[in-house]
Design a binder for this molecule. Sequence first.
Ligand code: GLC
Length: 647
Amino acid sequence: MDTTLPPTIHESRLSLQRVLPRLRKSFPTEIEGAEWAVFEERLEQHFPVLFDLLWHVYGPSYDFFYHVEQILRTCAESWLERDTDLKSLDAIREGHPHWYQSNRVVGAMAYVDLFAGDLEGVRDKIGYLKELGITYLHLMPLFRSPDGDDDGGYAISSYREVDPELGTMDELRELSAELRQQGISLVLDFVFNHTSDEHEWAMKARAGDEEYEKFYWMYPDRTEPDAFERTLRPIFPDAHPGSFTYRTALGKWVWTTFNNFQWDLNYRNPDVFNAMAGEMLYLANAGVEMLRMDAVPFLWKEMGTNCENLEQAHMLIRAFNCVARIAAPALVFKSEAIVAPDEIKKYVSEDECHLSYNPPLMVQLWNSIASRNASLMLHSLPKRFELPHGCSWVNYLRCHDDIGWGFEDRDLWEIGIQPHDHRWFLNRFFTGEHDASFSRGRLFQHNPVTGDARICGTTASLCGLEKALYEGDEHQIEYAVRRILLLYGIIFTMGGIPLIYLGDEIGLANDYDFENDPEKAGDDRWLHRPPFDWDRAERRKEPETVEGKLFHGMLKLSQIRKNNQAFHETLTEFVDVGNHHVFGYFRVHDGQSILCLANFNDHPEEVSATRLRQLGLRKTFTDLVAGQSIVATEKLVLEPLQFMAIL
Ligand code: GLC
């Protein structure tokens, strides 16, 4: 085979056939033939694509036999070790690959310790999750990580050991099995751009083991780091300016995109891909059904570029996807790409990430809350909302990270908004500096050089609940509750999976105590990661309390979603309802059509009957949220901050 040309399918099959018999022989003969046959069938289908991708990433220097045999061995071992119930899940998912597009899917996310103490505690809270209708649970990183600051667990020291304070690997397996039995899919992060500096590989590199030094990016002096940094943007400029860290004991500069204890893996080394594929399959075999692919834009580095969103990063994710299709087909990927809106979508396809966080929607929602206006959202969202077949957004308001104003600037210019000034308006608004503000957020990573800043704060605090409760202002408390339910109304009904940050359903405010914890002080994102308050959660049972109103409001949204086929994933059709305070869109599926309307103003707003007729609505219809039938002879009036789902 000419190794200067990409392999043909025939050639890759040939190389597979050369490796397979040797591989088969190396496993005990008692391995059932049927198991092996299924494996071979999947290889037939996915190996040529995997091989082609790796060839394109690594080029002719790729050691076809060594590396191919290594990755196939990892796949075979993982497949043969995979539990029977996970193999049954594989078969079910292969039969219904787009299960996540069902209107029955509702997601939630939480830190294990903050939500329930430990993994056993999470098991005890399954009833609560079920009460809220949750079918997908994202537990934040729970693996062994360095003591002290570990970037909220995103500095992983072992992908195969649970943080002892949270539990054990066996407990994780038991939890995932129990969740599955209860109809909840476990989602974990795959933090694959970097490891902690205490990971076994990093420790070996630190001890001078050349093989493992090559797992990371290390330089003896500043020549290359300086050259790279000419085109890189700093990610945490406050905590860690630049992208490299000098390790005195090593006498080397190490690439650290995020914090100085998070070492970027060097995917130019094919051993790194193979090793991480093994870690990924290990997680899949622990019962993880969905992986949140952390920090995808940064995987590949190339001198002279910003080292974000490069083509090789996409190819690597697709290669990981092939590995999953071969050895753990139930596994799906969700991309975490917090980059320019036009770049986000590029990670989404059935070959790459089936799902993606939807930062453009999140950012637009907060923008509309501050400006009480939906024009920018209506102007920009439709441009990029549609995803390839079989793929979905994960719609969220708040996650554990900050909010960055990731608009596409030209969208703002097109409707006469000055991007820089507008971003500053939003920062002033959400930090409570603006006169019209009700928010209690904080600036994050303010970069005085570029003027950029991001925002921290919980949904409740950003929506005005914290301030209103503090001031004892009943009217504002009511409006804050409406604001939260308005935003979640959109999250639950817009195409994609709704994702609740647990605590939002009972209105948890910012946690200022984090500053007294030396492990957290200094990273303002802990402001919006409050410990779950189970006493307040108890108050959900009293309908007139804030907790009761929020919890039941969200529950109702979740039920409306589950009871109406229109919310099963299909196209979302955005509509201009002729009032810039009101955002509207249709959901249509299986003969059912629902018009969702959201009034972002603190005053009543109208939609004319003529416009409603043009949109195909009759004079009388039902608002599923209020559970009322409405007769709109001349106009439809929406209450301040009202969300309607009109059937
Ligand atoms: C992702 C996480 C963030 C973390 C970073 C580095 O962006 O969401 O919390 O700091 O990756 O792992």
